[in-house]
Design a binder for this molecule. Structure first.
Ligand code: GLU
Length: 544
């Protein structure tokens, strides 16, 4: 077969010679040990926690080693493309402080551009043409119908599906047959002529999973589709080489394609990058683990965290907790150190599924939010509310001095120990709602209606907004005593049957009347912040 002529017939025209690409995209001048990593999302519009998980690992390893992280957009599959998806990816990752050095819309060094695969079509064709010339790729004229019939036969025979070995019909077409098909104008794809033997197994060192046994590829995978656009497999190999990627950390769903990728690197004459396949995020359901699913778990989508108002720092802390087993201890020891100071190690990454637990994230979120200053909290809430807040919530920011008082109280900034009332921005806005507008009664009174009214009436009689905390509490006690409640806890504890209850039950009535809830920060301070008029109005309104 005249491969040279075949290559010319299949991909006519002059393509740059491959050595020129090596010059155009030269090896990077980086210090020894520096890793070049990448994120290579397809612009489908859905960016999920798994992407963030992998992004953090790639980012840490690149930057910690003095290397680079770049963003490549794998847009070869137009059917899956969604407008605005690239901007959405960048915005989502930016929110979690993932900084790229170069790549699509990053504005960094563009030596290795273009970053969109569709703009690199000529490069892939040049490499494909070279493979045809070398007899390592061939045209395939099989139709969709023929391929699905083949799949059916293979499935019925319980065989591996695909285009390989005896099933690779077009692999052995003669030159005359090929020319006949081309003359007849039949559409074709270009396939790799695999030289692999599935009876050969070899050990591959995965950077995360350790030694894995890999079966040689024998699939004649499509490398160029009939429109001349490459498949993901082919494009990623060419790009990872020319963009001088040294380490690919990606989800373990790609492990199954590894044999194809290794063969492609080899046949293209590229040194292989290192690969690390990251375990999937799992969730407990019933008594068993399962993968997080797009359909069932809203928390899989990164937009969930923005909408709910999780602090990106807290999410990052949790992701790092899952990624590196010694991170949690380090962060507890040095809560104020920048996360970048933690020595991230690929060897510490989990080999099997990491368990994602929203309750654990919520715990971390409470702790991280409690470490903010009230001013930082205000800025965080404000940013969230601008996009996600209701009109009522947006109005909380019209008097920032007032809001700061509220936040200082709810965060316990004056006390020895911080309060941990806030989990997310969305939840925090709900928590402080009673400082704005009328409180919603969240908790029920535990005393009967008559007692409740008596408490409220008794307290309204003596309430004076000018009272300091001590004088205020003395009045609560006196109301308690006058209605048959123990004014002192120790008296009540000594003989509960002698009283209707204790001063804390009386205080709870006042608390629910003023805030709508049985648990709140210090009530005297709340009433101070609300002011005498509003406090009085609430006490009166609750008296029904
Ligand atoms: N485009 C692939 C994806 O969206 C990237 C796979 C890889 O990282 O090699 O998942």
């Amino acid at each position: 077969m005249d491969y040279e002529a075949l290559a010319e017939r299949l991909l006519p025209g002059d393509y740059p010679d491959l050595a020129s690409y090596e010059e155009l995209y030269p090896p990077r001048a980086l210090p020894k040990g520096a890793q070049v990593t990448r994120l290579a999302p397809s612009p489908t519009g859905f960016i999920h926690l798994g992407n963030l998980f992998v992004a953090i690992a790639n980012e840490r390893i690149a930057h910690q080693s003095g290397g680079k992280l770049y963003l490549r957009i794998e847009d070869t599959d137009l059917k899956r493309k969604v407008d605005g998806a690239v901007e959405a990816v960048i915005a989502a990752l930016d929110y979690f402080d993932i900084r790229f050095d170069e790549g699509a819309q990053i504005g960094g060094d563009d030596t290795y551009a273009p970053w969109y695969q569709r703009q690199r079509a000529e490069i892939y064709r040049a490499y494909a043409k070279d493979l045809i010339r070398r007899g390592r790729a061939y045209p395939c004229f099989c139709t969709e119908e023929e391929l699905s019939a083949l799949r059916e036969v293979q499935t019925a025979n319980k065989e591996i599906t695909g285009y390989y070995g005896k099933y690779a019909r077009c692999r052995n077409l003669t030159e005359a047959e090929i020319l006949q098909n081309l003359d007849a104008g039949k559409p074709f794809v270009i396939r790799l002529r695999s030289m692999g033997d599935p009876s050969h197994k070899f050990i591959f060192r995965d950077e995360i999973k350790g030694e894995v046994t890999v079966t040689e590829n024998d699939q004649d995978v499509v490398i160029l589709k009939s429109d001349g656009i490459p498949t993901y497999h082919f494009a990623h190999a060419v790009d990872d080489h020319l963009m001088r990627t040294t380490l690919v950390i990606r989800g373990e769903e790609w492990l199954a394609s590894l044999p194809i990728h290794l063969e492609l690197f080899d046949v293209l004459g590229f040194p292989r990058p290192k690969y690390g396949h990251n375990c999937s995020l799992m969730k407990m359901e019933g008594g068993s683990k399962r993968k997080l699913s797009k359909r069932k778990d809203p928390e899989l989508s990164l937009s969930f965290y923005r909408q709910e108002g999780y602090h990106p720092f807290a999410v990052k802390v949790y992701m790092l907790t899952l990624l590196n087993s010694d991170f949690e201890e380090w962060h507890m020891k040095f809560p104020d150190k920048p996360l970048e100071e933690f020595k991230f190690r690929i060897e510490k990454m989990s080999r099997s599924g990491a368990l994602f637990d929203l309750d654990k994230l919520n715990d971390i979120s409470r702790t991280e939010l409690s470490r903010l200053s009230a001013e930082e909290m205000l800025a965080f809430l404000k940013e969230w509310a601008e996009t996600f807040g209701s009109d009522k919530e947006k109005a909380y920011f019209s008097d920032e001095a007032y809001l700061l008082k509220v936040l200082n109280l709810c965060m316990g900034t004056a006390g020895k120990k911080r309060r941990k009332d806030f989990v997310t921005a969305g939840q925090a806005m709900g928590e402080i709602g009673y400082f704005f507008g009328e409180p919603q009664q969240k908790d029920e009174y535990r005393v009967d209606n008559e007692t409740k009214n008596a408490v409220l009436a008794g307290f309204l009689d003596v309430y004076d907004e000018a009272d300091d905390a001590q004088a205020w509490f003395a009045k609560v006690k006196s109301v308690a005593a006058s209605l048959g409640f123990a004014a002192e806890m120790r008296d009540y504890k000594a003989d509960p049957s002698a009283y209707k209850g204790s001063v804390s039950d009386v205080a709870e009535v006042l608390r629910i009347a003023v805030t709508g809830r049985a648990n709140s920060p210090d009530l005297w301070t709340i009433m101070r912040i609300l002011g005498g008029e509003r406090s009085r109005a609430r006490l009166a309104a609750a008296k029904a």
